[in-house]
Ligand binder design. Structure first.
Ligand code: AHR
Length: 515
């Protein structure tokens, strides 16, 4: 070898030694046995009377200068339609157990006011009530999921609400609805009997709530062809005893049992961590705590399996998402937080987990839809910004209603400060048109992954991809710079035979479609 070549070879081998080892992931997608249907409701939303979720975020009133349809913001309607929101949970949350629905019907000017004791102690004027919420659902094409008041309400109040919304008979509540301008009953597919009954919903023991649930739910009736899927208030994260008691004592009265699990970046409710000002330590701990969702679902499902091996009762994760400290300078009771690329990864990881449990998980509702916690949209007066979570949901929508494909993921670790989590999470599905969609999250903020995916067969066409990433882990969209984090076309995947190879960039969510 001449001198020049020798030097070149030396330089090459030094570069190889210095370059970080290329991280690798292999994924095998199987069709047999094919998995469960991924219920569209897994992509559900939650809208509570909290801060500016309803007032300002959705409802501005007919006389507002902000363009609206019967009082509901037009920009928000369009964005939610774009997101194909399948279901919206309302009116809470903690608010649900102090909400008296009759205060929210009839002429706006004569609706009684109340204090929203849970969220900032503000005066609630009840201008957004049953008719307005169900109008919103119709405008965006979402199904309503109503949460009833067990904590401070009566059985009669709950029973009459269901009759008011769903009966087409010549009955007192149906006639009251007609008097308020709505002739045709609505369909109410989902009804929750209380919320967090172990906490803000009444501080109950599971034994007591199980009996109350049985009593209240007995009077949630099916009128005029409406069929209600009744959902019991479920456990707080890994409180497995709650699920055990509810399943043992009330499973025959329920169709679904809920579960709430939030990601707290630091794990400390007193100091949760900032939404946009964090380093790799809180990036790592946030994603690590998000991955815990898998264990929580697995362990609750195991208990449910003992009582319900046929999986008749759905696990409804009707509150989830990242919960950070509020945006500095905002009302602490309003839970307003920014939303960064990290949130998009939190969404991607969770949705991948829900898909893996689609045999038991039948609905989830991210908290919350607008201006609160891990939100889709931020509004300020007449302005509106789509968050990274909005775009993550839009990309992941390809799985809505598809069939889950079983996958095996073998991935490197992403390690930080002596702790490790998987670098890549994934989910795959086949839709009714036969298209295979794969969602990939690279949790490692520093290293790309070489991903090799083996498909069940050679696809009959090209691969298409979309990516959500950014230069910084804290990147987020603001009213001044609304397009900082946005999906882009992804060209880093190619197919040969039945093998897909992907160069998966660091800190990214990628969705691939075949063909
Ligand atoms: O989403 C905010 C609150 O979190 C809900 O009102 C309550 O159910 C939960 O504790």
């Amino acid at each position: 070898m001449n001198k020049k070549l020798q030097l070149a070879a030396l330089a090459l081998s030094c570069t190889a030694l210095l370059a970080p080892a290329q991280a690798e992931t292999t994924i095998e997608i199987k069709t047999d046995p094919s998995g469960a249907k991924i219920e569209p409701a897994i992509f559900g939303q939650f809208a509570e009377h909290l801060g500016q979720c309803i007032y300002g975020g959705i409802w501005v009133g007919e006389d507002s200068s902000i363009p609206n349809t019967r009082g509901i913001r037009n920009d928000v309607i369009e964005a939610l339609k774009e997101l194909q929101v399948p279901v919206i949970r309302w009116p809470g949350g903690c608010f649900a157990d102090e909400y008296h629905w009759k205060n929210g019907i009839g002429p706006q000017e004569s609706r009684p006011k109340m204090i929203n004791t849970n969220w900032g102690g503000v005066v609630e004027d009840n201008s957004f009530g049953t008719h307005e919420f169900l109008d919103l659902c119709e405008l965006v094409g979402a199904e309503p999921y109503i949460c009833g008041n067990v904590g401070s309400g009566s059985v009669q109040e709950m029973a009459e609400w269901v009759e008011y919304m769903t009966s087409n008979e010549d009955s007192p509540m149906a006639n009251l609805r007609r008097q308020n301008g709505r002739d045709q009953a609505w369909k109410i597919p989902y009804f929750g009997v209380g919320n967090e009954s172990w906490g803000c919903g009444g501080s109950m023991r599971p034994e007591y709530y199980a009996d109350l649930y049985r009593r209240f739910s007995t009077f949630v009736k099916n009128y005029s062809g409406n069929s209600v899927y009744k959902i019991a208030s479920g456990s707080n994260a890994d409180d497995y005893n709650w699920t055990e008691v509810l399943m043992e004592r009330a499973r025959w009265q329920m169709n679904g049992l809920s579960l709430h699990y939030y990601t707290i970046p630091t794990g400390d409710w007193g100091k949760k961590g900032s939404a946009t000002d964090f380093g790799e330590d809180q990036w790592f701990s946030t994603l690590q705590r998000t991955l815990y969702m898998d264990e929580v679902i697995t362990d609750h499902s195991q208990i449910m399996d003992e009582y319900d091996p046929e999986k008749r009762v759905g696990l409804m994760i009707d509150e989830w998402g990242i919960w950070t400290d509020v945006e500095p300078g905002t009302n602490p009771g309003f839970l307003y937080q920014q939303n960064s690329l990290r949130d998009a990864l939190v969404a991607g990881i969770n949705i991948n987990i829900f898909i893996a449990h689609a045999d038991r998980v039948k609905m989830t509702n991210i908290a919350q839809m607008i201006n609160v916690l891990q939100t889709m949209l931020l509004t300020k007066d007449d302005q509106m910004v789509k968050t990274p979570t909005f775009y993550a949901f839009k990309m992941l929508n390809v799985h809505q209603g598809a069939t889950e494909l079983n996958i095996e993921v073998d991935t490197d670790d992403y390690s930080f400060n002596g702790e490790s989590i998987p670098a890549v999470t994934a989910a795959a599905s086949r839709n009714v048109q036969g298209q295979i969609n794969i969602s990939l999250c690279n949790l490692n903020p520093n290293e790309a992954q070489d991903v090799t995916i083996s498909l069940p067969q050679t696809p009959a066409g090209n691969i298409r991809g979309t990516i959500l990433t950014s230069d910084e882990i804290t990147a987020h969209n603001t009213f001044e710079n609304p397009d900082k984090v946005k999906p882009e076309v992804f060209n880093g995947a190619s197919v040969q035979g039945n093998t897909v190879t992907v160069k998966l960039p660091a800190k990214s969510l990628v969705v691939l479609s075949l063909p």
